[in-house]
Design a protein around this ligand. Structure first.
Ligand SMILES: Cc1cc2nc3c(=O)[nH]c(=O)nc-3n(C[C@H](O)[C@H](O)[C@H](O)COP(=O)(O)O)c2cc1C
Length: 399
């Protein structure tokens, strides 16, 4: 299994690419130990900082398509001062003593250069394998000096990386904010300051919904709400795009990347690897389904790798050559939809979508409940293929 799933991350041999990301899922010794026992290769421990924070309550809200589903999660949690920081470093030390083969990353935050240096030094003293510098929480108190406010400012990123570097010789990851348009700019600044790798993304500032009776946003905190961090499935395409951009940037080639944002299944994780991530970190899916999702991640990815005759290490970045700028795509070669009446359930969604969102290229036989293409009208956009709920429309591969 290790031969298939093992990856080298910043010099550390991980038994598989799956890590818990820094959050409430990795907040103490018992939680991390339980996750390790179940097969997670490592944890990024909950961010440690000297913040004085009183948490709002409630502090989560979910976006769903059905009552049991989870499209996205909003959180307003910081949780950095729930206990003395010495307890966190002691937990890291115990984890490393008990699980030397697992990757233990200390996630830290500070508001002055000296604090960054101090946190880095304490992390190394505790025995952490690596550091992750949190430049990306979108709802930190003291906004001017911490979290995403730092991640949006390349000079501060560089200065705080350099400050942390003064306190440690361990590998350091800079965890970036998706609230920046061009992540490669702060990422390059992080490397200049002494970081060795990049983690992306943190949660994205959002308003997840408003109660139309009370007019208060979710979650309702004593009659008020505030924007908070969005995570889960909904952010995955954005996280994947950032990873691909970082992996493809000439100044960042070969820099170890850790993907975080909406990974839920082994497929999501495999896709992140193909776009250049060496490890994949997970929070929201664990909050929703528990640590047990590791069973799906391990068995799914190893079956896939065996079937393809490859390894997780070889998959890292393997999809990058096929991702180009929109201008570099082949244009003017149309492939048309092929309708399969034996699979069609007659729901008519292809017809409606083509009529109201496409090119009015489908006719609808209401007696047979079947679509057909009006000759010469189809623009080959394949909206019909995407909306079909049963896969009854194929893409004809030949123009
Ligand atoms: C409740 C909660 C708390 C979090 N706390 C932290 C944190 O302390 N430090 C950090 O770097 N990221 C924190 N994150 C962000 C996650 O580590 C992760 O980057 C983000 O949630 C995207 O991944 P996901 O979609 O798998 O949740 C937190 C996320 C959530 C939902």
């Amino acid at each position: 299994m290790k031969e298939l799933l093992g990856v080298n991350f910043c010099g550390f041999p991980c038994e598989n690419p799956f890590l818990l990301s820094s959050s409430c899922v990795s907040a103490n010794y018992d939680m991390c130990a339980r996750a390790f026992e179940m097969g997670w290769a490592g944890v990024v421990f909950k961010t440690i900082g000297r913040f004085e924070v009183e948490e709002p309550s409630p502090r989560f809200a979910m976006l769903r398509s059905t009552p049991n589903s989870l499209l996205g999660l909003k959180n307003l949690e910081q949780h950095w001062e729930a206990h003395p920081i010495e307890e966190d470093f002691e937990a890291i030390a115990r984890l490393k003593r008990r699980y030397p083969e697992k990757l233990v990353v200390s996630s830290i935050i500070g508001v002055t250069p000296d604090e960054w240096t101090d946190m880095a030094r304490l992390s190394e003293q505790a025995g952490a394998d690596m550091l992750e510098l949190n430049f990306s929480c979108p709802h930190t108190s003291n906004k001017a000096q911490a979290g995403a406010a730092v991640g949006e400012d390349p000079d501060l990123v560089k200065a705080y990386c350099a400050a942390a570097r003064r306190g440690t010789r361990l590998p350091m990851l800079a965890k970036m904010t998706a609230n920046a348009t061009h992540m490669e700019i702060p990422a390059l600044a992080a490397l200049e300051g002494g970081a060795d790798g990049i983690a992306a993304i943190n949660t994205i500032n959002c308003i997840i919904g408003v109660d139309l009776d009370t007019l208060v946003g979710a979650p309702d905190i004593q009659g008020l709400s505030a924007p908070g961090g969005y995570s889960g499935v909904g952010v995955r395409p954005i996280a994947m795009r950032f990873i691909q951009e970082l992996a493809s940037h000439p100044g960042l080639r070969g820099v170890p990347l850790s993907a975080t944002g909406g990974a839920e299944t082994w497929r999501d994780c495999a896709e992140f690897l193909t776009m250049g991530a060496a490890t994949v970190q997970v929070t929201t899916a664990v909050m929703h389904y528990g640590y047990r999702i590791i069973e799906n991640l391990l068995s799914g990815l190893s079956c896939y790798l065996e079937e393809k005759g490859t390894t997780a290490e070889a998959l890292i970045g393997a999809g990058l050559p096929y991702m180009v700028e929109p201008d570099d795509l082949t244009r003017g070669v149309n492939v048309y939809p092929v309708f399969r009446p034996d699979v069609c359930v007659g729901c008519g969604r292809c017809y409606l979508s083509c009529r109201d969102g496409g090119h009015q290229a489908l006719a609808w036989d209401s007696r047979k409940r079947l679509p057909s293409v009006i000759p010469g009208k189809c623009a080959a956009c394949h909206l019909c293929t995407e909306v079909c709920p049963v896969g009854a429309i194929a893409v004809c591969q030949k123009p």
